[in-house]
Design a protein around this ligand. Structure first.
Ligand code: ZN
Length: 658
């Protein structure tokens, strides 16, 4: 574990709170310490209030902020004296605690303080850092965890048995700290949960955290439990079967009742883990630290029996909900991690981002489980403790805070020609509506066009069947399926009269504008059939289908062929719940199709200048890629839920079409 403290960087942060921001970000930069919103930090500052009185304020990480990116306003200022008084109460319910935290802040606009605020308040030190360090979590998830921790740290840390986070944990910590702490105490280990460090300065507390974690890592090294070693993988890696993977995603989505993204990870590390003999023992106990449960569920699905997983989840819920009392509503029963020899380690989420978070958490869980096993034996908390956190309202609130989901959340779209023009605009329109998007384009720039886990750009010539196959397979491996297909890639060959038409020009237009689309539809049919909300195909046609122009025979004939193909698909695929609709744009000039040359030549053909030509429609408006993309996205949405085989112009109104 590296100490990342840097004097020059630290000099940019001036007061106590700013330095708290600085070292919090240092902790947040290290995923082996904290992951995706895990961990929390605080600083106690004496301030003068508006009436001139002095009071001590606990600045504690606000709920919803991530240590890696936290700002000063991400810390909630709470009156410390009140929090310390609360800690002396025999009990305090969660809603009461949240109410006390929120009503004793000194800035009304601050975020809700961390549920561990009271714990931070009872510790006497100015700075307090808390992480879920992998090494500490590995050691504490073993049968002899307390013994190991005592051996490593002696009396320099206070040891707290597992208690669920929240008020009870704060109270226990206050009592145990009073009993166990001495002048050598620099931290506190929470069994099966994580570690705290304290100090009088931001630097001291941070450096103590690093030192404590390094002691734990050294202990694992000394006990031959650090290096995991890549287990030799026997035989060839099994070929990935996209169709079977699509079926798995469909079953998982059905169980959840909403479309889910399923991302496969099949590298050598995943394979080595999956080939372990003790896979069931390691993976079927529970997460490494309880708050992972809201992301990963308690245990992964081993194999592909999604139904059995759902049944066993329902049984787990029934068993523990009864003990819990109160009115609990069962969450969806779908697994969030699936372990399968052929599919690898699969992360499941409501969005590609959620799935990526699950993948990150499980990646660290692999290390933790394997190291605990090498040291001793991996022993997670009993199911009842995990259940209590999974159904803890304050944890569920973290997920609910995300707000209403956009319409295509959990769905996957594939857009051809997604690197520019109408295709790129479609990619953006679909991403904006919550879909994960696979964009194919001949131009390799497509690969890095947009950031984020929900976008996959693949260089692919749609006329190359093998390349399309490979791209579809990669898209399915990344997101789990394809629910929406936007057939946009096209080529507009230069004007040529029929009498002078070359074979090449004709064939090129047919290959790109027609044949490639047949191939794509054929390849994707099986995935569209599996789409949780029914498959959708949107064909970007052309005004030329309805009103061809002279000199555009190759283009118009190919697009007309595509139009018929779409209509037949609408007829054939209705029983598969797949909707196929076409839109016919005209004169969309912000695309690569319309070079200055083509534009000038077209305008001249109609006896207009370029400016007139651009708005030469009934409504006298210019049609943009964005306009077309919005219609394409809407055609995939609920407005068109009962429409198939439709052809909608998006051309500003064309006299020949009307
Ligand atoms: Zn924690």
């Amino acid at each position: 574990m590296q100490n990342l403290w840097n004097d020059d960087d630290a000099a940019q942060f001036n007061d106590e709170l700013e330095l708290r921001v600085y070292t919090s970000r240092l902790l947040g930069r290290e995923p082996a310490l904290v992951l995706h919103g895990g961990g929390n930090t605080s600083v106690k500052i004496v301030e003068v209030d508006i009436l001139g009185g002095e009071e001590e304020i606990l600045y504690v990480k606000g709920s919803g902020w991530d240590l890696a990116t936290i700002e000063a306003e991400g810390f909630s200022p709470v009156r410390r004296a009140h929090l310390r008084a609360l800690a002396a109460l025999p009990k305090l319910s969660d809603p009461e605690m949240v109410n006390e935290l929120r009503t004793h802040m000194t800035r009304a606009s601050a975020p809700t303080p961390s549920v561990e605020a009271i714990l931070h308040a009872v510790l006497p030190h100015v700075y307090v850092d808390h992480t879920h360090a992998d090494a500490v979590v590995a050691i504490t998830n073993t049968p002899r965890g307390v013994e190991h921790i005592r051996e490593i740290y002696g009396d320099s840390v206070v040891v707290i048995p597992y208690v669920m986070p929240g008020f009870d944990l704060a109270r226990v910590c206050a009592e145990e700290f009073a009993k166990q702490a001495n002048e050598r105490t620099i931290g506190m280990v929470l069994m099966n949960h994580g570690i705290f460090s304290f100090g009088e300065s931001a630097r001291q507390s941070y450096e103590r955290m690093i030192a404590l974690v390094n002691q734990a890592e050294d202990f694992l090294r000394e006990n031959g439990a650090w290096e995991l070693g890549e287990a030799a993988i026997e035989g060839e890696q099994q070929a990935f079967d996209p169709a079977a993977f699509g079926r798995l995603r469909s079953e998982v989505s059905d169980l959840a009742g909403v479309p889910l993204i399923v991302a496969a990870r099949r590298d050598s590390r995943a394979q080595a883990f999956l080939s372990r003999d003790d896979l069931t023992h390691l993976t079927q106990q529970g997460p490494a630290t309880p708050d992972h449960v809201i992301r990963t569920k308690r245990i992964p699905l081993l194999g592909r029996d999604v139904d059995a997983y759902g049944q066993s989840y329902a049984a787990y819920f029934q068993e523990h909900a009864e003990v819990h009392g109160g009115e609990l509503r069962m969450l969806d029963r779908a697994p969030r991690v699936v372990l399968d020899p052929q599919f690898g380690i699969c992360a499941v989420g409501k969005t590609a981002k959620d799935a990526a978070i699950v993948a990150d958490i499980y990646d660290h869980t692999l290390d933790i489980m394997q190291r605990a096993e090498a040291l001793d034996s991996y022993q997670a908390l009993p199911a009842k403790d995990i259940f209590a956190v999974e159904y803890w309202d304050l944890e569920q609130a973290k997920l609910r805070r995300a707000g209403a989901a956009p319409p295509f959340t959990g769905e996957v779209a594939l857009v051809t020609g997604g690197g520019s023009g109408i295709g790129h605009a479609c990619v953006k329109a679909l991403l904006q509506r919550g879909a994960a998007v696979v964009a194919l384009d001949r131009d390799p720039a497509v690969e890095a066009l947009l950031p984020g886990p929900g976008y996959l750009g693949i260089t692919c010539d749609v006329t190359d069947g093998q390349a399309v196959d490979a791209a579809v397979s990669r898209g399915v491996e990344t997101f789990g399926g394809v629910d929406m297909l936007i057939l946009n890639a096209g080529v507009f060959t230069a004007s040529q009269s029929i009498a002078d038409m070359g074979d090449d020009q004709w064939r090129r237009s047919m290959a790109v504008n027609l044949d490639a689309n047949l191939f794509l539809m054929r390849q994707l049919h099986q995935f569209l059939c599996l789409a949780p909300r029914g498959g959708r195909v949107v064909v970007i046609g052309s005004k030329n289908v309805l009103a061809p122009g002279p000199g555009a025979a190759a283009y118009s004939a190919a697009k007309a062929g595509l139009n018929q193909l779409a209509r037949v698909a609408a007829l054939e695929w209705g029983e598969d719940r797949i909707r196929v609709n076409s839109l016919h744009p005209n004169a969309v000039f912000d695309t690569a199709l319309w070079t200055e040359e083509v534009l000038a030549e077209r305008a001249a053909r109609y006896g207009l200048n370029v400016a007139e030509y651009k708005r030469s429609n009934v409504l006298r408006v210019e049609v943009t890629s964005h306009d077309v993309a919005e219609l394409a996205a809407e055609m995939c949405g609920p407005v068109f839920a009962k429409t198939t085989g439709a052809q909608v112009p998006v051309d500003g109104g064309n006299e020949r079409v009307i």
